[in-house]
Design a protein around this ligand. Structure first.
Ligand SMILES: Cc1cc2nc3c(=O)[nH]c(=O)nc-3n(C[C@H](O)[C@H](O)[C@H](O)COP(=O)(O)O)c2cc1C
Length: 192
């Protein structure tokens, strides 16, 4: 094994960023600047993607579309859990400051589609980390509504050609939740 040194400043700084990012559930009402979002997305696309398929599609969701999706979601909640739960969910979704919808291009080969989905997830993580570095928190949501045809239709996406990776809500954190991870040893096997 080489004894090349780990970069003294940049490596710990990047590791600290990866560790510090949290899924945020409570945001202030302030909406982060569009330039920040576009700049983070532009960099996030440098994620690994096998065969360079660039399978991601990003939808910067404006207020009218966010409202449409929130109502679709509330209808699902209403059917399952009733009026009060639906209204509570509607209020919560309406309070989400920034909305980005991410989809992945479909492929007839399931192995290829799986790899494309993996690439989209890499791009999303890049995006979340870049936002965090700018003080912007996020929540990746894959609620039931994101699997509905009506949701893709609200985005103007064709379900025959795209499927949902998730909604990314973003904004300035009101509360940053605490998180833990088990020791690395629980996930690591070193082989001969
Ligand atoms: C693919 C994916 C889907 C997720 N969907 C949801 C979701 O629907 N609702 C939610 O509260 N969190 C969702 N999360 C966030 C996870 O709950 C969160 O990452 C986990 O609790 C760990 O917290 P952390 O992100 O702060 O490390 C999702 C995360 C991923 C990667």
């Amino acid at each position: 094994m080489t004894d090349k040194p780990i970069p003294e400043a940049s490596f710990p700084a990047l590791a600290a960023l990866v560790r510090a990012r949290r899924t945020v559930h409570e945001f202030t009402s302030e909406i982060p600047p569009r330039e920040l979002i576009l700049s983070a997305l532009d960099a996030a696309r440098w994620a690994p993607n096998h065969h360079r398929t660039e399978p991601w599609r990003f939808y910067l969701v404006g207020p009218a579309t966010a409202e449409h999706i929130s109502v679709l979601n509330a209808e699902i909640v209403r059917r399952k859990s009733g009026e009060a739960a639906a209204n509570a969910k509607l209020r919560r979704w309406r309070a989400m400051p920034g909305w980005l919808a991410v989809t992945c291009g479909r492929h007839e080969d399931p192995a290829r589609e799986r790899e494309d989905y993996a690439a989209c997830c890499c791009a999303v993580q890049n995006f979340l980390l870049l936002l965090w570095e700018a003080g912007v928190g996020s929540k990746w949501s894959t609620g039931k509504v994101t699997r509905e045809t009506a949701y893709l239709a609200a985005l103007g996406a064709d379900p025959a050609h795209e499927f949902s990776v998730g909604i990314i809500w973003y904004g300035y954190p009101e509360v940053v939740p605490a998180q833990t991870r088990p020791a690395l040893a629980t996930a690591l096997r070193e082989l001969a």
